[in-house]
Write a protein that binds this ligand. Structure first.
Ligand code: OAD
Length: 252
């Protein structure tokens, strides 16, 4: 499907609580790569060497420099129309929660005020030994020594690695927001990584209308009330504009 039905726009316009789940596809049009697409990070890099605690301990410079580069990239791009439209949705709906698997901080930069980062953030750096937060991680691939905390421990990015638990509070808040919403919108996620992929299913089970926006079908599509295929940077602003028009037509 390439456009939103009247019925879906109406449900969104009538909703008092909306939860949005975003994945890497929501940031793709900002210029950040996804993970599982043919040109995604996991086609170029081996997650086993970069995204686990054991990889970090085995080769901290390799892991720190890869995350330093991703942090630089995310700082070097801007929120795209998908992020901006989601921030704008807050003008139209009483309660909007964005649950994101992304670690780039672009929703906050776009102006969304309730963002739950279930996979952590590239912008948080902390010591793997003492837990103290620090400001900087800027390690070159050819660095002779890894970056360390004053206590001697290795500095790591505040992202969730394979084999690690999701941040408990964030996950609980995401489950609550998904269980309580009237409408759930999943944008730019392959819906393959759990527990995030279960959130739209929780929402559906609790009676929410589920909308999916993605370039193509995912394992979620069949369970969604409406799956609309195309770029998030075009479809999300279109959906929000339709909701705005519907709200305006009611007032007049
Ligand atoms: P994936 O790379 O698995 O999926 C990206 C999805 O975005 C795919 O379904 C694409 O079709 C879609 N997509 C790409 N460009 C798009 C665009 N312009 N508009 C709309 N959709 C687009 O990324 P995630 O689902 O976010 O976890 O992956 C989930 C997790 O897997 C990530 O958070 C990361 C990764 O391993 C951790 O690092 C813990």
């Amino acid at each position: 499907m390439t456009g939103f039905s009247e019925q879906i726009v109406e449900r969104l316009a009538n909703a008092s609580s909306v939860t949005v789940l975003t994945g890497a596809g929501a940031s793709a049009e900002s210029g950040l790569p996804t993970f599982r697409d043919p040109d995604g990070l996991w086609s170029e890099f081996n997650p086993v060497e970069l995204a686990s605690y054991s990889a970090f301990v085995d080769n901290p410079v390799r892991v720190q420099s890869w995350y330093s580069a991703r942090l630089r990239s995310s700082n070097g791009v801007s929120p795209n129309p998908c992020h901006l439209a989601l921030a704008e949705l807050e003008d139209l709906i009483e309660s909007v929660t964005v649950v994101t698997q992304n670690v780039d901080g672009l929703h906050q930069r776009a102006g969304s005020t309730r963002v739950i980062e279930v996979h952590g953030s590239l912008h948080r750096i902390y010591c793997a030994a003492c837990g103290r937060d620090t400001q900087e991680l800027d390690v070159a691939p050819d660095a002779s020594e890894p970056a360390r905390c004053g206590c001697g421990g290795l500095l790591r990015p505040g992202v969730v690695w394979f084999g690690e638990m999701l941040p408990e509070q964030a996950l609980a808040a995401a489950v609550e927001a998904s269980s309580d919403c009237d409408v759930f919108v999943a944008i730019g996620t392959s819906a393959e990584v759990y527990p995030a992929a279960a959130l739209p299913l929780h929402a559906a089970k609790n009676g929410a209308t589920v909308i999916e926006i993605n370039l193509g079908p995912t394992p979620l599509s069949a369970a969604a009330d409406e799956a609309v295929f195309g770029p998030a940077g075009e479809l999300t602003p279109r959906l929000v504009a339709q909701v705005r028009a519907r709200a305006a037509s009611r007032v007049n």
